[in-house]
Design a protein around this ligand. Structure first.
Ligand code: NAD
Length: 258
């Protein structure tokens, strides 16, 4: 088993116990890491503080990643909890309006386009910028974000989120180049479909699950633990030579042609 003993991590994006971020938090805690988790707003506070209490020693604090003041306060709290050092950051955050995740991409509104890009892409830069001094103080570290196959191929109804994920994957490469010289690695996990709150917004999501189970080489859908295992590996010293990559954890679905 991978060891994160003595390492500290920030995990952003828990809404409930089906969130990919929660799967990663459970696995990172089991591997020995100390964690700080955010909740986006008061509505999610109860869920996240309850989940955090299941992982002894875990900090939970508010942070809407589109609000610079909240991000600053959140990382200040993480910094004091972790003595100014951070070994890994997980960004599992995205949002697009439900009405943008159906119909034609061409009909995406300007407002919907900007909102999806701001929340699903720019927040990676915001979080990484605030984490950078703490990661450097730890002598380097790992940043991981979550992408999806719809960044590379057209997936019906994924629309603006596919374009946002493509921008996210490009951002991973630019950030990896920026931060590599100080030993900070930046990667994305392209996860197979999982029934979460965010996924429920995508029209026809159940059909996608059915197609993957039928066509993926492993003939099943991924579980939270599959994605979490790769995130923990990337956070650990075992992933120390990997940066700027998009790693598929999708039971092999992406390799299949006709
Ligand atoms: P989720 O709904 O559980 O998590 C999304 C999180 O984003 C929520 O916790 C929400 O609070 C947070 N968020 C949204 N706007 C925010 C803001 N302004 N500030 C702070 N937090 C904000 O769903 P999930 O499926 O676990 O999504 C996590 C990541 O995984 C997303 O990037 C998603 O696109 C990606 N992903 C999901 C799947 C899937 O099928 N579920 C597949 C591949 C990639």
């Amino acid at each position: 088993m991978i060891n994160l003993q003595g390492k500290c991590g920030v995990i952003l994006g828990i809404a409930n116990d089906r969130s990919i971020a929660w799967g990663i938090a459970e696995a990172a805690h089991a591997a020995g890491a100390r964690l700080a988790l955010n909740y986006q707003n008061e509505r999610l506070e109860k869920n996240v503080t309850e989940l955090a209490s299941r992982l002894p020693g875990t900090l939970a604090a508010p942070c809407d990643l589109t609000r610079e003041d909240e991000v600053r306060d959140f990382f200040a709290k993480a910094s004091s909890a972790f003595d100014g050092k951070l070994d890994f950051l997980v960004h599992a955050v995205a949002f697009a309006k439900k009405e943008e995740l159906a119909g034609r991409f061409l009909d995406t509104t300007h407002e919907g386009f900007n909102l999806a890009m701001q929340v699903s892409v720019y927040t990676l830069l915001t979080a990484t910028r605030h984490a950078e001094p703490l990661l450097n103080a730890a002598g380097g570290g790992s940043v991981v974000t979550l992408s999806y196959y719809g960044a590379q191929k057209v997936v019906k109804n994924y629309n603006i989120m596919g374009v946002a994920k493509a921008a996210l994957e490009a951002s991973v490469r630019y950030l990896a180049a920026d931060l590599g010289p100080t030993g900070v690695r930046v990667n994305a996990i392209s996860a197979g479909p999982i029934k979460t709150l965010a996924a429920r917004g995508i029209s026809g999501f159940s059909e996608i699950l059915g197609t993957v189970a039928e066509k993926a080489p492993l003939r099943r859908n991924v579980e939270l633990a599959d994605v979490a295992g790769t995130a923990v590996w990337l956070a650990s010293d075992a992933g120390r030579g990997v940066t700027g990559e998009v790693i598929y954890v999708d039971c092999g679905f992406n390799i299949m042609g006709v």
